[in-house]
Design a protein around this ligand. Structure first.
Ligand SMILES: [Zn+2]
Ligand SMILES: [Zn+2]
Length: 340
């Protein structure tokens, strides 16, 4: 198979011809149709995550078709179209796994990080972590849902119980701030609007294109991340990997509001006065996803419907896609199209 392989931190991915992988017990062999590009891929490329091992084939938002089953797999068949997310394997036995918090499993393995991922023509995936996909959703549209969408949705749901119920009067609708308006935010803004919430988008200072994109997707206000929003927020989700946004977001949320950090890596958070946290404001992180999150979002997506804005690249253009992501050259999501 052809694959884009990363041999060490700081290197470019290289296109190589590798032996076709064979599915082990509990795995399926997937022919990759499309694979989304994620900011986490940049953290892997830059060596910013703990315990990284190379070489690795990155890519963890895989849409593909099952071509073979390993031993012990039931409920899936060759020809099934599946989605494979970032969380790729869990032990199934620890207290987290047994309490539907498999996202916190200490032994978890991650697609495109600990397990070879989807920047390749073929990929072996744990059958337990293959999602059925909504019929009729094109592969290029679905791929970004499998990480940015999913982890964004988990962050959105964890933004606070008080925040959750949409009220009847539009003026009282919960106010959600999104810091960093990239792949995840452009999908979650659509979910939030669908559920009757008000969206406030924060981008890098001067990013008028990003702010216009946010307004186009239903944000009623868009500004730069050090601006004060026109009203206090009930919750804020930080997608940008910038720790300095935490105290800024905290200042923007009303008493009782939450600031949810949705990224896997962030620069250090600067200190801030306790009074900015006082009155039951909450800061929390969101790690990975559970299968329940995946099933919930993939059921909701066609109802909204979430329309992902996609820039497409060929397999050998992964480095260009990563570079464009780093430089903010596209709106929405980048997807590698591998087979049609
Ligand atoms: Zn576990
Ligand atoms: Zn990701």
């Amino acid at each position: 198979m052809r694959a884009m392989i990363l041999r060490g931190a700081g290197e470019a991915l290289a296109l190589e011809q590798l032996p076709d992988p064979e599915p082990q017990r509990g795995q399926v062999l997937v022919r990759v149709i499309a694979c989304g590009v994620c900011r986490t891929d940049l953290h892997i490329l830059d060596g910013e995550l703990p315990d990284l091992r190379y070489p690795i084939i990155p890519g963890h938002q895989i849409v593909g078709e099952i071509v073979a089953l390993g031993d012990g797999v039931s409920g899936l068949s060759p020809g099934d179209r599946v989605g494979v997310p970032w969380l790729g394997w869990t032990c199934g036995e620890c207290s987290y796994c047994r309490s539907e918090r498999e996202n916190l499993c200490e032994a978890a393995k991650f697609t495109g990080c600990d397990l070879d991922g989807g920047f390749a023509e073929l990929c072996c995936c744990d059958a337990r972590y293959c999602f059925a996909l909504p019929a009729g959703y094109p592969a290029l549209q679905v791929a970004p849902l499998l990480c940015g969408g999913l982890i964004g949705y988990r962050a959105y749901r964890l933004a606070g119980e008080d925040f959750s119920p949409a009220t009847e009067r539009a003026a009282d609708a919960p106010r959600l701030g999104l810091y960093g308006f990239g792949s995840a935010a452009h999908m979650i803004a659509q979910v939030a609007r669908f559920e009757g919430r008000r969206v406030f988008a924060f981008t890098r200072a001067g990013d008028s294109r990003g702010q216009a994109f946010a307004r186009q997707l239903g944000a009623e206000w868009a500004g730069s991340s050090d601006d004060t929003p026109p009203e206090p927020l009930d919750a804020a989700i930080i997608f940008a990997p910038v720790g300095a946004l935490v105290p800024l977001a905290l200042k923007a949320v009303a008493p009782g509001g939450s600031v949810v950090c949705a990224g896997i890596h962030m620069s250090d958070i600067p200190s801030f006065p306790y009074r900015d946290l006082w009155r039951e404001r909450v800061i929390r992180s969101v790690a990975n996803l559970t299968r329940a999150d995946g099933e919930a979002l993939l059921a909701l997506a066609p109802r909204v419907p979430i329309e992902t804005t996609v820039s497409r690249y060929a397999l050998e253009e992964v480095n260009q896609a990563l570079d464009d992501l780093r430089a903010g050259r596209f709106d929405g999501s980048a997807v590698i199209e591998i087979a049609v």
